[in-house]
Design a protein around this ligand. Structure first.
Ligand code: NAD
Ligand code: FE2
Length: 355
């Protein structure tokens, strides 16, 4: 793997072996308050540790710039990102803009974004979420410590878990997917399909396998790319600030239907691999879509944007901007079926719901 991966209960202890003298920890206020950031900082056994704990969900370009200035002033030899996709993306952008190729250790606390192994960092500028994509954004190491996941709230497990399913599914059918990324996408989808409901129900034994599935899905999509579901989730997230995974949960069934004419055989293969089944491809695709909708309900997730608190009239008013942002998003280019404004508007109407 390009990123060194260390996984298991208590894996943050590995930080002591990285020989760091000056460590810069990037996290959000939640981990500063509950003492986990201090525990992670101490595990580095460094001479000095500085904390940047201002990360908020959907980090902005301005926040990353402020963090970069603090990082430069401190003079670190190791950066540690602790948190969900937002903290990791912010830290990745800071290391990128700092420009000297500092080592970054990413410690995810949600089983979701896969950011700990990807070339992506998503920053918000105005009302648009821009994916920065560059190999230099890939963290040096990822630590998957299941001890950090024991307090995960159910809603966060559901949101971020659907992000994993969307990553694996989109990577599996992406235009440029290949044998290796396809194998990782398939394994990640099957593992998440099995462990996400268990993790949601409180089975602590499911936390590490689900965490590893999230990272595996990240490895798959960083090589294969994503698709229209993510392009739309970025566009809608920039406008309405609904959690990223929740948007994927709302969008995924409609995107599968749109893509089915181009990717039906692959969706069917994935459905069969996950035990969802279906004798002929069209039925397997229908079963895949139906099973995702059932899981979404089981995990208490909304089915429409209206149920997620976004008024259909607001979606209608912003539809032109959303379509432009989605079609210009890098994820759209790897979607297996070419989308145009009409297709995007039709999906938006389908997922809007009744206000
Ligand atoms: N870089 C990538 O490859 C990539 C891929 C997908 C998504 N993303 C981005 O990642 C972001 C979403 O990340 P996310 O879904 O991990 O959520 P997040 O990082 O935005 O965190 C959401 C909330 O959960 C809290 N939280 C995190 N871990 C917790 C824990 N263990 N216990 C309790 N609370 C916890 C955080 O404090 C925060 O308030 C979005 O901005 C999305 O665009 C990036
Ligand atoms: Fe995602």
């Amino acid at each position: 793997m390009d990123t060194k991966i260390l996984a298991g209960a208590g894996a943050v202890a590995a930080l002591s072996g990285f020989g760091a003298k000056r460590v810069f920890v990037v996290t959000d206020p939640y981990f500063m308050k509950n003492g986990v950031a201090a525990r992670v900082g101490a595990a580095c056994r460094a001479e000095a540790v500085e904390y940047f704990a201002d990360v908020k969900p959907d980090p902005t370009v301005e926040l990353a710039a402020a963090g970069t200035a603090k990082l430069k002033a401190f003079g670190a030899d190791l950066v540690v990102a602790l948190g969900g996709g937002s903290a990791m993306d912010c830290a990745k952008a800071m290391v990128y803009f700092e420009g000297t190729g500092l080592r970054l250790v990413a410690i995810p606390t949600t089983s979701g974004s896969g950011s700990e192994v990807t070339d992506f960092a998503i920053l918000t500028h105005g009302e648009v979420k821009h994916p920065l994509v560059d190999e230099k954004l890939r963290p040096w190491a990822a630590i998957l410590d299941s001890d950090l996941l024991m307090e995960l709230p159910k809603g966060l497990i559901a949101d971020t878990g659907f992000d994993v399913l969307a990553h694996a599914l989109e990577a599996f059918v992406a235009r440029d997917t290949g044998y290796f990324s396809g194998a990782m996408a398939k394994e990640a989808f099957c593992a998440a399909w099995e462990t996400l409901p268990r993790s949601y129900r409180g089975d602590s034994g499911a936390r590490l396998p689900m965490h590893q599935a999230a990272t595996m899905a990240g490895l798959a999509f960083t090589h294969a790319g994503l698709g229209l579901c993510h392009a739309l989730a970025h566009a809608l997230g920039g406008q309405f600030h609904v959690p990223h995974g929740r948007l994927n949960a709302i969008l995924l069934p409609s995107v599968i239907s749109f893509n089915a004419p181009a990717a039906g055989a692959k969706y069917a293969a994935l459905a069969r691999a996950a035990g969802i089944g279906g004798s002929v491809d069209t039925i397997a695709v229908r079963n895949l879509r139906g099973s995702l909708c059932r899981l979404r309900r089981e995990l208490g997730l909304p089915e429409t944007l209206a149920q997620a608190g976004v008024a259909p009239a607001d979606v209608k008013m912003a539809a032109g901007d959303i379509a432009r942002a989605a079609l210009g998003d890098p994820c759209c280019a790897s979607n297996p079926r070419t989308a145009d404004e009409g297709a995007v508007r039709a999906i938006l109407t389908e997922v809007s719901g009744n206000g």
